[in-house]
Design a protein around this ligand. Sequence first.
Ligand SMILES: NC(=O)c1ccc[n+]([C@@H]2O[C@H](COP(=O)([O-])OP(=O)(O)OC[C@H]3O[C@@H](n4cnc5c(N)ncnc54)[C@H](OP(=O)(O)O)[C@@H]3O)[C@@H](O)[C@H]2O)c1
Length: 274
Amino acid sequence: MIVTLNNGVRMPQLGLGVWRVEEGQQVKESVKTALEIGYRLIDTAAIYQNEAGVGEGMRESGVNREDIFLTTKVWNSDQGYDETLRAFDASLHKLGTDYVDLYLIHWPVPANDKYVDTYKALEKLYADGRVRAIGVSNFHIPHLERILQECSVKPTVNQVECHPRLAQNELREFCTRNEILLEAWSPLMQGGDILTNETIGAIAGRHGKTPAQTVIRWHLQKGNIVIPKSVTPSRIRENFDVFDFELAEEEMADINGLNQDKRVGPNPDEFNNA
Ligand SMILES: NC(=O)c1ccc[n+]([C@@H]2O[C@H](COP(=O)([O-])OP(=O)(O)OC[C@H]3O[C@@H](n4cnc5c(N)ncnc54)[C@H](OP(=O)(O)O)[C@@H]3O)[C@@H](O)[C@H]2O)c1
């Protein structure tokens, strides 16, 4: 499944996340396995410290670079206009590619208050054709409002924690009104209790699917871009085998009912780690 960003660029709706995947062999093999299965979206970040292995996996897969949608992110300590341009060059060098499909600000880092300048560097990279799209991550509505007011290129994507326990309804509505797509991180709640939840289990059983596949399908039908992480080949395959069934409206409603606005990751308003 493909979504179209607000600048017309097409992006796969389901991809592989590689946070906490080791640099070297592990990330290279995960990326290669995913690309062989049919994934065409890979989500990394400078802070994951595995960009070199991601690049190697992409090249060794034999899939053409232009058929892969690659996302990376500028880390908090590299925020600021010049710093971001330098960080982007460093990421490109490690990835071994000459462009990135989507470049994101990883966190707003409210204590530094540099995200507007950082975003202006992303606009420069976009204007220079070095990235096909730009966006943000972990932005709440007030952070997005500032970007929309003070910058000229609309973010294409806001990548935030989202799963059935944190549905992000208010943020999704704001994003939809502003043509920003919501991309779900920790979509499986980091393998947490959502995968043993009774409601999810019952729905999964009805479709002959696993809880993880059911949760991924819920994301897709909500319109989320979704990037489950796995280093296990059978799970990488399982997580992509979600295009042959559909959740009924009542099943979607039952999963929507699990929302508790509960995070497994940090709250962006308080996350100022450098
Ligand atoms: N922008 C941000 O600030 C931010 C923050 C966090 C994450 N992210 C991105 O989002 C991606 C996904 O989030 P995440 O890695 O936090 O968590 P996740 O995808 O929700 O969960 C990953 C965990 O679930 C397990 N798993 C995967 N598939 C499974 C399956 N079919 N059945 C059972 N368990 C399964 C994985 O185990 P194995 O690997 O052992 O198989 C791993 O422990 C990240 O990799 C990263 O790219 C972005």
